[in-house]
Design a protein around this ligand. Structure first.
Ligand SMILES: [Zn+2]
Length: 73
């Protein structure tokens, strides 16, 4: 029983509810499973599988991919 089972099939994404976008480098807050957004500094960051995030926030998979590939240049 491990809580952090990492499978290559299950990609966990972090999503900032304020910026309304997927973020790739969330800032973990202390020991808790809470993260803050490096962009807006707010802790309205949620995370889940790619499917869960796209379903819950109604993001098209194509848009999601675009957010993920949109690395800072
Ligand atoms: Zn943010």
């Amino acid at each position: 029983m491990t809580e952090e089972t990492v499978s290559e099939d299950v990609e966990i994404l972090f999503y900032c509810k304020k910026c309304q976008r997927v973020i790739s480098n969330p800032v973990r807050k202390g020991q808790k499973y809470e993260y803050s957004c490096p962009e807006c500094k707010e802790d309205r960051v949620t995370f889940g599988t790619k499917k869960a995030i796209s379903d819950f926030y109604h993001i098209k998979e194509k848009d999601l991919e675009q957010m993920l590939n949109h690395k800072s240049q």
